[in-house]
Design a protein around this ligand. Structure first.
Ligand code: ATP
Ligand SMILES: Cc1cn([C@H]2C[C@H](O)[C@@H](COP(=O)(O)O)O2)c(=O)[nH]c1=O
Length: 208
């Protein structure tokens, strides 16, 4: 595969979608074919599973059920959207990927990393991002941004309790520290264009 697979990770409201859009613009003006996608979703089947995951009562699924559904959605997304794009040389920018399952259903929900990785090997044939950006902001800043954005309330996954959010944030930090060649930790508390410039600087090795 000749393209590049880049993922953005982090908690709710840290600015992943905002940065993916800005990064896509930055890469497009450099003549790169960019595919912007997201999880859960990014293919017809995966978008249908997204509906199951994000709507309904808090206890609609337990963490194991969620892990299976996210893995099934990802299998379809990888097979139908991500791999074909990478094979034709596009850069794929994905809003969340398997590291979100490791943080949310793993760190937050208690599913073991070994089980999540086994599902990933089977479902997505062990496809891993080439680079992953962890966007970090303080919980207070994330809460401010979400309050401004989600005036009508959050979805099922966004309504998890604070201690769940704290466990998943710790898990993201742990994963980034364990694999520094793949991860880049970004201070996303600055103004959006400053954050975009930081991310682009972290891609210079592929751009020059
Ligand atoms: N650097 C920034 N400074 C201030 N506000 C920001 C910044 N980046 C994004 N925002 C705003 O914060 C809100 C959340 O941003 P965004 O939707 O991009 O986050 P996200 O990480 O994709 O969230 P989620 O995981 O919940 O989908 C939006 O209203 C967005 O306009
Ligand atoms: C991929 C993935 C996502 N989640 C959670 C994280 C968020 O709460 C939602 C997705 O909503 P977004 O506004 O589109 O970011 O789903 C998860 O728990 N596990 C995963 O693998």
């Amino acid at each position: 595969m000749t393209g590049r697979f880049i993922t953005l990770e982090g908690g709710e409201g840290v600015g992943k979608s905002t940065q993916i859009r800005a990064l896509a613009d930055e890469l497009t003006v450099r003549g790169i074919e960019v595919v912007v996608t997201r999880e859960p979703g990014g293919s017809e089947g995966a978008e249908a599973i997204r509906e199951l995951l994000l709507h309904g009562d808090d206890d609609r699924w337990d963490a194991r059920g969620e892990a299976l559904l996210f893995a099934a959605a990802r299998a379809d997304h990888v097979a139908r959207t991500i791999r074909p794009a990478l094979e034709r040389g596009a850069w794929v920018l994905c809003d969340r990927f398997v590291d979100s399952t490791r943080a949310y259903q793993g760190g937050g929900g208690g599913v073991t990393d070994a089980d999540i990785l086994a599902l990933h090997r089977f479902g997505s044939q062990n496809l891993w991002p080439d680079r992953t950006f962890l966007l970090r902001v303080s919980p207070a800043e994330a809460a401010r941004r979400l309050a401004a954005r989600d005036i009508e309330g959050s979805d099922r996954m966004g309504s998890k309790p604070d201690e769940y959010q704290a466990r998943l944030a710790a898990r993201f930090d742990e994963m980034a520290a364990a694999e520094p060649l793949r991860w880049r930790v970004i201070d996303a508390g600055a103004a959006a264009p400053v954050v975009t410039a930081t991310i682009v600087a972290e891609l210079q090795d592929w751009l020059s």
